[in-house]
Design a binder for this molecule. Structure first.
Ligand code: NDP
Length: 441
């Protein structure tokens, strides 16, 4: 704690994960102590910090700070996104890298945990400025990464454009065309179905959860929040599984459409026109548009069977959770990262709602990035159906593994399996097994 006192987000993440791992730690106390497992797993292999100088459109030199935390490569090359946002600092990158170890382990694929980024703010920058930043960032980062070493990906602020510029610079410096980044364009090594993966994966896992409890999604009603990449493809797959999705939202308001969201129209508004949801409501007579006001329940006020938070962190609070429970919700499965506050999570779980956190439920995105790495290694492209089929299998296996891990350690809450503990346990066990097998390193 003292060593990391200036990193509150990292300390909080470690405390939360270790708390949910208590049954495993207690059961293996001597083995873990002798091998310093907890000390080793909470200390990154290395953390790299570097200067990123670039020239803006006025000819002024700007300086940002770049980070890459290579946390743990016990089960495969480091893997995790690059976040470009003014709020980025070492503590945040460490916290994200630590969580990534367990999420990546859960995917069942051979990828370790890492994270990186910069305090650079891409908002309002020209394409030339973005390229100048990305090239400078990669000039330094290229010394530490590689297809078998560390494979960064996109994250907040790092999309297809930034990945393209960084890939180009890596290739230029190292002279090597390799799968060193994921989230690449389809013409130079990207994977089909990556766009759909997180949303589709969320529904494959939710479907497995319902089936395991002897229920079917067919004919059920869902509330979805967000209208970005995860939300759109969650809605699309939910509808394919026979679910009526009645809501979606953005940062300024939400749609309630009792006839069910028209996903083609939503894609047209959000992906093509990049417009607001008011345009959706204008084109669909059955849809109500509500401007967001503080203290309102937004998409969580309706009577639905499943809730799929797919927008942003802390968007489902305790009052929303009470509303969902009062309306008889059966499951809450997270498409976004940490959309449910800790208090709301506890309330939902204690009320007997089936709750699966983002670490497991939205792992379809990183799993498909690992499939991109496999295709790059083989120098082959798989069809959409092939990638989608593998994604479905992976999400079903993740569900089976978290459920099994929770049951082995009697982790229950509110009379239901504690899938949050199950996810941490299943991810942790595999990494620890590999660490023990590889000796003191
Ligand atoms: P996008 O930027 O594509 O979409 C985010 C959506 O959430 C937008 O519709 C945005 O609205 C909305 N939103 C943002 N803030 C709020 C708010 N305060 N209230 C309501 N809506 C809000 O992001 P993604 O869909 O890619 O990601 C969503 C979440 O899923 C994030 O937490 C991300 O970390 C997580 N995630 C994403 C993965 C992926 O593969 N894309 C993988 C794993 C996790 P607006 O249009 O107004 O900004």
């Amino acid at each position: 704690k003292e060593k990391n006192a200036s990193e509150p987000e990292f300390l909080q993440a470690v405390e939360e994960v270790l708390e949910s791992l208590r049954p495993v730690i207690d059961a293996n106390e001597e083995l873990y102590r002798k091998n310093a497992i907890l000390e080793r797993i909470t200390e990154p292999d290395r953390q790299i910090m570097f200067r990123v100088p670039w020239v803006d459109d006025n000819g002024q030199v700007q300086v940002n700070r770049g980070y890459r935390v290579q946390f743990n490569n016990a089960i495969g090359p480091y893997k995790g996104g690059l976040r470009l946002h003014p709020s980025v600092n070492l503590g945040i990158i460490k916290f994200l890298g630590f969580e990534q170890i367990f999420k990546n382990s859960l995917t069942t694929l051979p990828i370790g945990g890492g994270k990186g980024g910069s305090d650079f703010d891409p908002k309002g920058k020209s394409d030339r400025e973005i390229m100048a930043f990305c090239q400078s960032f990669m000039t330094e980062l290229s010394k530490y990464i590689g297809a078998d070493v560390d494979v960064p990906a996109g994250d907040i602020g790092t999309g297809a454009r930034e990945i393209g510029f960084m890939f180009g610079q890596f290739k230029r410096i190292r002279g090597s065309f390799e799968g060193v980044l994921t989230g690449k364009g389809l013409t130079y090594g990207g994977s089909l179905a990556r766009t759909q993966a997180t949303g589709y994966g969320l529904l494959y896992l939710t479907n497995a959860l319902w089936k395991d409890h002897g229920m079917s999604l067919e004919g059920k009603t869902a509330a979805v929040s967000g209208s970005g990449n995860v939300a759109i493809y969650a809605i699309e797959k939910a509808q394919q599984l026979g679910v009526k999705v009645v809501t979606c939202s953005d940062s300024t308001g939400w749609i309630y459409d009792p006839e069910g969201i028209d996903v083609a129209l939503l894609k047209e508004v959000k992906e093509v026109k990049r417009a607001r949801l008011t345009e959706y409501a204008a084109a669909k007579p059955s849809a109500e548009y509500h401007a967001k006001q503080n203290g309102e329940h937004g998409v969580w006020q309706y009577k639905v069977d499943l809730a799929l938070p797919c927008a942003t962190q802390n968007e489902l609070d305790i009052e929303d959770a009470k509303m969902l429970v009062a309306n008889g919700v059966t499951s809450v499965t997270e498409g976004a990262n940490m959309p449910t506050t800790l208090e709301a999570t506890k309330y939902l779980q204690e009320s007997g709602v089936l709750f699966v956190g983002g670490k497991a439920a939205n792992a379809g995105g990183v799993a498909t990035s690992a499939l991109e790495m496999s295709q790059n290694s083989e120098r082959l492209h798989w069809t959409f159906e092939e990638v989608d089929g593998k994604l479905k299998g992976i999400m079903e296996t993740i569900y089976a593994n978290i459920s099994d891990a929770a049951k082995r350690y009697n982790a229950t809450v509110g009379g239901q399996t504690d899938y949050v503990a199950g996810a941490n346990i299943a991810g942790f066990e595999k990494v620890v097994d590999a660490m023990l097998a590889q000796g003191v390193c």
